[in-house]
Design a protein around this ligand. Structure first.
Ligand code: DGL
Length: 353
């Protein structure tokens, strides 16, 4: 089934057109992918639950208040726990978003998503969705039927933000626990608490309470419609493989060699401190670079990133800037679809912070 036909059928199947007075009613499409927000627990007071159980229609029925904010359409793209997210799903998701906006089928999009890889999906979309209309990711830390379930409020806030003219040209955003985050900046910082996300060292883009967004600042300029990359050029293309290796006291270089043997085109090293490696990994880097594999020097530390004036030796390596290892990996995969020379690749990394 083509993306366009899938969209048309989905649009017809779950269209809610609320009764509104005069004035324009924003059209918001909710694309569901799974996660805890769609999770069901055997006991509302328990901690065990199954993620990715409810469909987009059930999520929408849990929050009837969204119909007072927008004309809502629902699409079920997949239903997975987000630790199982893949680049194939990313490309499908970005293609559906591009088609919705290119055919003027909505004014804003909410993507419901697991929180484990929400930051990665948001950052990929931030690089390749060539539109300035709002794309807002949200999810939850507690399943849909838990005491204190946070999903309904997060979904309400995400719909309100996606329907807001103030959200245009802000890049892809995430809304969790009343905070608005920029795709390039936020990361999961708590495994179970509803306040599970931060933008370390930079802070949230803004807050949203009762559906009213208040922005403190803008995100970095290189995103979505301003990006030099687009999903229109990635259809059906597997992204070049890039792996991540963690450094720690006494870290072996075996994972580095294993990644090279698997055929990666780049390796991101999540170093200690300001991007420093164990002796074994450090000793392996020159040989890796000599074999034409790109190395990005990143850090496992949440704040400060890795600048090019790091401690030696760093000859021939790219540096991550403020991007986390998991995000600079995504940027390198996308950038490798257009560039292979280190100068352009470092220019891209420095620009897309
Ligand atoms: N399995 C995790 C995921 O889907 C649950 C976390 C969540 O969605 O909050 O990301």
């Amino acid at each position: 089934m083509t993306v366009k036909k899938f969209l048309l059928l989905s649009t017809l199947s779950l269209l809610f057109i609320p009764a509104f007075g005069n004035g324009y009613t924003p059209r918001v499409t909710i694309i569901a992918t799974g996660g805890t927000i769609a999770g069901i627990a055997p006991s509302s007071a328990g901690t065990f639950y199954d993620p990715a159980q409810l469909t987009v229609g059930a999520l929408m029925e849990q929050v009837p208040e969204i119909r007072s904010k927008a004309s809502i359409t629902g699409i079920q793209l997949c239903n997975i726990a987000s630790q199982h997210m893949t680049t194939e799903i990313w490309i499908r998701l970005a293609s559906v978003i591009d088609s919705l906006f290119s055919n003027d089928l909505c004014d804003g999009i909410v993507v419901t998503h697991g929180t484990d890889t929400m930051e990665e999906t948001a950052f990929f979309l931030n690089l390749v969705v060539p539109h300035d209309k709002p794309v807002v990711l949200t999810g939850s830390m507690r399943p849909s039927n838990a005491l204190g379930a946070d999903g309904p409020a997060n979904l309400y806030n995400a719909v309100c933000l996606a329907a807001s003219p103030a959200a245009r040209d802000k890049g892809v955003m995430a809304v969790m626990n009343d905070y608005i985050f920029a795709a390039a900046e936020f990361t999961k910082t708590h495994t179970v608490n509803p306040h599970a996300f931060e933008s370390p060292g930079r802070g949230p883009l803004g807050i949203i309470r009762g559906g009213i967004p208040v922005f403190f600042r803008d995100p970095g300029p290189m995103h979505t419609v301003h990006s030099e990359f687009s999903i229109k050029h990635l259809h059906g293309t597997d992204l070049p493989p890039v792996g991540i290796v963690l450094s720690y006291a006494g870290a072996s270089a075996v994972p580095v060699e294993a990644l090279i043997a698997s055929g990666v085109e780049g390796i991101v090293v999540a170093g200690v401190g300001h991007g420093n490696y164990s002796l074994e990994i450090e000793a392996a880097i020159p040989g890796i670079i000599a074999r034409g594999v790109l190395i990005v020097r990143a850090t496992r530390i949440l704040c400060g990133g890795v600048a090019s004036d790091v401690e030696s030796p760093f000859e021939g390596q790219l540096t991550s800037g403020l991007l986390s290892p998991q995000k600079v990996r995504i940027l390198l995969m996308v950038a490798l679809t257009r560039y292979r020379d280190p100068d352009n690749l470092q220019r891209i990394i420095d620009g897309y912070q």
